[in-house]
Design a protein around this ligand. Structure first.
Ligand SMILES: [Zn+2]
Length: 275
């Protein structure tokens, strides 16, 4: 393949449209950019979100590494669809009309909404059609037992450490159901309100029992004191959790996670934490 030119804010042309088709097809078009020839601000935001997801440096510029990862991800889907008899054409790494139609065919065969994009539920069905766990249908819970056992163990240590530091920390969300994530994602998009989340069901570590939210309480209410949140975050890091207060994209002070080095895409592709 000839080397692709680097695209960035202000770029124009057919490869911008190809980029947008791929991001959209991979379910990374959170901000509803239009599929055209202009690399606008919404496109840059989508590229940054994508780079975050796959742990590339989030500069919003589509250079060789970002192109290579996009093409590999689309190709992987095309190969899978072809193997299932849903003809997506020659696996070329571009999310064109044939691939879109093959995704729609797969979605109609599996009772999924026919969006023609590989949303998380579609990815889960494609790559892990008979999961032995049932994350997709579990209910939301604030119980530590709803978490992965090791993450639940870390959360318990964290709560004890907080209380030893005279901080009344309580869990506000542990496992979050996929339906609840979908409802949060719909806010500000298909349902009136403001946008609160970029995660559809399956996109969040909460949907896999690998994340929980917590808050420092004062007089039975969540504290508004930033120093208490900072102390809580540092104590979480001390037990080995990753704290949302250190996130580069959306700072998320109540959020803690332990991912075993897996991305949510890995989880949707059928990978699981070690037992
Ligand atoms: Zn969270």
């Amino acid at each position: 393949m000839p080397s692709l030119s680097t695209l960035r804010l202000g770029s124009q042309g057919p490869y911008v449209k190809k980029l947008k088709l791929s991001l959209n097809g991979l379910s990374k078009n959170y901000n509803n950019f239009s599929i055209d020839y202009s690399f606008d601000q919404k496109t840059e935001d989508a590229v940054k979100n994508y780079q975050d997801d796959i742990k590339l440096f989030r500069d919003g510029i589509v250079g060789p590494a970002t192109w290579a990862s996009l093409i590999a991800r689309v190709k992987m889907i095309q190969v899978k669809l072809n193997s299932l008899g849903d003809n997506s054409g020659t696996p070329d790494g571009w999310f064109g009309l044939k691939t879109t139609n093959a995704v729609k065919k797969f979605q109609s065969e599996h009772g999924l909404v026919q969006e023609g994009i590989v949303n998380p539920r579609t990815r889960a069905k494609l790559f892990n059609p008979h999961p032995r766990d049932n994350f997709e249908s579990r209910s939301s819970s604030i119980a530590l037992s709803s978490l992965d056992p090791y993450v639940g163990f870390l959360a318990g240590r964290f709560l004890r450490l907080c209380s030893a530091n005279h901080l009344d920390v309580r869990i506000t969300t542990a496992f979050r159901s996929w339906d609840e994530s979908d409802r949060l994602y719909a806010l500000g998009r298909t349902v009136p309100g403001s946008i609160v989340s970029n995660a559809r069901g399956g996109d969040s570590y909460h949907n896999w029992g690998l994340a929980f939210d917590a808050g420092p309480f004062e007089n039975n209410k969540i504290s508004t004191d930033p120093t208490k949140f900072n102390l809580m975050g540092r104590l979480g890091e001390q037990v080995g959790l990753e704290w949302g207060g250190t996130f580069k994209s959306i700072i998320d002070l109540p959020h803690f996670q332990y991912t075993f080095g897996l991305t949510t895409e890995d989880l949707l592709n059928g990978k699981r934490p070690p037992r």
